[in-house]
Structures are given as structure tokens and as C-alpha cells.
Ligand binder design. Structure first.
Ligand SMILES: [Zn+2]
Ligand SMILES: [Zn+2]
Length: 444
């Protein structure tokens, strides 16, 4: 019998994985030696009976679960199962992010959605359904694209991130954001009846980017045309999946998250491959890439109690110059923005509208938009990723740059860097969960 050929993302065939087919064994001895003692159990009587079966697990600490802050990215087949598990386990601080609306095809793989929900936003419906399973949970829905629409502060709010996505671009962005903000993330990927769960811890490579091979980079680069404008939507989101495999992989992801919270050994920099057809499940060890771009963590995150609407780039630069004690300071953005589109043709003809200012995140401007409205020629994309005082856009407020709210701006002098979190945006981005933020300046 031939083995099923299942291309990525479900199996890391195109990734630089050393597929060490060590059968997965639960090392009971090792766990008994390393399990932490149960902590304080400050819970209500109601909780006490609701979670009584968990407490029979010697190392279980329901209070750790109750206090944890979880960011769930993707409310599709995996995200539904992740949220269901979080609610059943008693997690109370959850943010769920998704860009899409519910389609009839989601109903076969999504425990949280009903036929009447078709057309509604996934994040909203998933948040509401999660609260219905566990009414004590605060679940905040954000409808946004993870790559362009999520400020880095949202990653910093979370203790860990659970991802249920179907594309490499979003995973790569989550990986870099989590590394910068010093947060672990647990990825799941499914295809057919196969899947993989894996955990990536900041400061402990290999990370997700380390696992990417040439094929992955080719697919990633294909998503963007050479001039940084976005080509038509691809077949993203049309991967063959079943509710059975999403249940298995999401179950593993959440279980790893619970173990991580309790200080138990997890799949750090490793993956657990589940092959449903032949039952050849195994663990893979990834290899660290010494040239990986992701291995960077902010050394110092300062929470600025100001909003993006109040701050201009000039005022932020002035603050950074003062804090860093230098006039030679550059303020870097969390991601590149399209500053303007310039038509070389109209410029040569000295037409008045040869340049058009945009201020939109790279990846949000469609290819068609690049054509010059006057002469039809493809315009040059001028990007920006920093402000040092001399650029034309210093008087813009942070809200008008095409960057998301609650984001991080990194100020650098030759000596030192400070990452400024625009913390005044917290209430408008996190809703009631802004009350459960970490205090203190550090990202960890
Ligand atoms: Zn890496
Ligand atoms: Zn033109």
C-alpha cells in the first residue's frame, strides 16, 4: 500500500524537518519527576464541582488556567475546536481573531456555528458561543487580518498564542510577533485526515521560520508581486479538512498549552505529526537556521499611556530622543507601509498628480490600484518603515499611517533601543479584557 501524499501545510514534507520517526511515548517517569505541585485553588464552590475531575490530575492547577490570557488566531475548523476546549477547561481571558464571515461550508467543521449564523462574522459568533459554554469566560472578538490588522500589543497581552490558520504568511507574521513580544505560540495545521501540532518558544530556536524550506519561501513570495502590491486572492481557505482531524490537532494544541502553563515539557521547536490513514504518527525535530530573521526579542517594552490618535510621529520621536538621551534616533514601525505611488511617466511629463500618498500597510493595496489613473502606467510603490525627523510625514498621527492600534514603535539610537507600546489604545482594542493586562514595562 502506498503512503498518502499530503503536501504542506499538514505535513512538513517541504520543511527542513529531520523526520525522526521515534514513536511517541508518554514518559510517565519523566513526568512524575517534573510535575509541579498544584498551586492555590482559589475558586468558587460552583467551580469546585465543575472542574472537580481535573483536580484528580495531581499536577493540575485550575487557578493557573483561570488567570491565563489566551490569544486565539483563526476561528475556522481548528479555532472552533480550540475555543471549545478552552471553554470546557475553564479559561476565562480569551481574545479570538478572524477576518472572515461564516460560510455554509464552515458548518460541517465548526462546533460553534449554526445555520442561522451564516453571513455573520466568525470572531463574533465564536466568542458568543464560547461564552455560552463557559459563562464566566470573557471572550473578546476582533475582526482583523492578523498580518496587517493586529497591533503587537495584542500579542504582548497574551500569555500564549494558539493559531489555527491555513497559510504560511500569517504563521510567519505570528512567529515574528511572538518572538519580538517574547510569547510562546502553538501552531496547528490540518489537511485531509492528517495534521501537525507544534510549539515555538521565544528565545528557544528552532522557531517556525527556521522550519521553512525553499518551497515554502517560493509560496510565500508568490503571494506578493515584485512591486509589493497584492495579487488577486488565491485558493487560501480551500484546504480539504474534516472535523475529526481538527478535533485531534486542536486537542493536542490546547493540551500542550495547558502543559506549558504548568511548566511541563512541551513540543518546543518540535512537531507532532498525525497521519490518519496509516496511523504512522511521530514526532519531528526541526533544525535551527542560524540566518533566521525571526530570532529577535525586544529588550525593553515601555507602555506609553497615550493613544495613537494623540501621538504624532514628531511627538513620539521627541519623547524617544529624551528617553534615549540622543538626537540621532530612528523610530521604526512594526511593519512596512505603502507611503505613496509614483508614476514615472507623469513625473517626466511634470503632471500635477504624479504622486499619490496612500499610507496603508503593505499587503493591503491591490495590484490594480497601482495603475496610474491619468496614464494607466504601473506606478512605483514607495514604502516607509521608519521616521527619523526628516521625512515629510512627521505631523501625521499614528492612526493615519496605515498601522493598527495598540502597536509597538521601536526607537533606536546607536547605544540603545526602546520599544514603545501605545498603551492608551488598550481599552478600544481589548475591550473589557484591557483590565486583565500585565502591569510593568517589560514584555515578559
Ligand atoms: Zn528561527
Ligand atoms: Zn501616470
Amino acid at each position: 500500500m502506498t503512503r498518502p501524499t499530503a503536501p504542506s501545510p499538514a505535513t512538513p514534507t517541504s520543511e527542513k524537518a529531520q523526520a525522526q520517526k521515534d514513536p511517541v511515548q508518554v514518559n510517565v517517569q519523566e513526568q512524575n519527576d517534573s510535575v509541579p505541585k498544584a498551586g492555590s485553588q482559589a475558586v468558587s464552590a460552583n467551580d469546585d464541582s465543575r472542574f472537580s475531575r481535573f483536580r484528580l490530575i495531581g499536577w493540575w492547577d485550575q487557578e493557573k488556567i483561570r488567570q491565563a490570557r489566551v490569544l486565539v488566531i483563526g476561528a475556522g475548523a481548528l479555532g472552533n475546536e480550540i475555543l471549545k476546549n478552552l471553554a470546557l477547561l475553564g479559561f476565562t481571558n480569551i481574545i479570538v481573531v478572524d477576518l472572515d464571515s461564516i460560510d455554509a461550508s464552515n458548518l460541517s467543521r465548526s462546533i460553534l456555528y449554526r445555520a442561522a449564523d451564516v453571513g455573520k462574522r466568525k470572531a463574533d459568533v465564536a466568542a458568543q458561543a464560547t461564552r455560552e459554554i463557559f459563562p464566566e469566560a470573557q471572550v473578546h472578538a476582533i475582526t482583523a487580518n492578523v498580518v496587517h490588522g493586529l497591533g503587537l500589543g495584542i500579542f504582548g497581552w497574551a500569555d500564549f498564542v494558539l493559531a489555527g490558520l491555513d497559510n504560511r504568511e500569517a504563521r510567519l507574521w505570528i512567529n515574528r510577533a511572538c518572538c519580538k513580544m517574547n510569547r510562546p505560540w502553538i501552531d496547528g495545521a490540518i489537511e485531509g485526515i492528517n495534521g501537525v501540532a507544534r510549539a515555538f518558544l521565544p528565545g528557544t530556536p528552532p522557531c517556525y521560520e527556521c522550519t521553512l524550506g525553499e518551497t515554502d519561501w517560493a509560496i510565500l513570495n508568490k503571494r506578493m508581486s515584485c512591486n509589493l502590491l497584492t495579487l488577486e486572492a488565491d485558493t487560501e481557505g480551500k484546504v480539504a479538512t474534516t472535523p475529526t482531524i481538527s478535533s485531534i490537532i486542536a486537542g493536542l494544541q490546547v493540551q500542550e498549552a495547558v502543559k506549558l502553563l504548568h511548566g511541563l515539557p512541551v513540543l518546543a521547536g518540535r512537531g507532532f505529526i498525525f497521519e490518519g490513514l496509516n496511523h504512522t504518527s511521530y514526532r519531528v525535530e526541526y533544525t535551527e537556521n542560524p540566518d533566521c530573521m525571526s530570532h529577535y526579542t525586544f529588550s525593553e517594552v515601555v507602555r506609553l499611556p497615550r493613544t495613537s490618535a494623540e501621538l504624532t510621529l514628531e511627538s513620539l520621536l521627541a519623547l524617544a530622543r529624551r528617553d534615549l538621551g540622543s538626537q540621532e534616533v530612528v523610530v521604526e514601525f512594526s511593519r512596512d507601509i505603502v507611503h505613496k505611488l509614483a508614476c514615472p511617466n507623469c513625473e517626466a511629463e511634470k503632471r500635477s498628480h504624479a504622486e499619490e500618498e496612500l499610507f496603508a500597510a503593505v499587503g493591503t493595496v491591490p495590484y490594480e490600484r497601482g495603475k496610474c489613473p491619468a496614464c494607466g502606467q504601473m506606478r512605483t510603490v514607495v514604502t516607509a518603515h521608519s521616521y527619523s525627523g526628516s521625512e515629510s510625514y512627521g505631523q501625521r498621527t499614528l492612526t493615519t499611517l496605515g498601522l493598527p492600534l495598540f502597536d509597538v514603535f521601536t526607537a533606536r539610537s546607536s547605544e540603545r533601543e526602546i520599544a514603545y507600546l501605545i498603551a492608551g489604545d488598550a481599552a478600544s482594542v481589548l475591550g473589557s479584557l484591557s483590565q486583565s493586562q500585565k502591569q510593568g514595562a517589560s514584555a515578559k
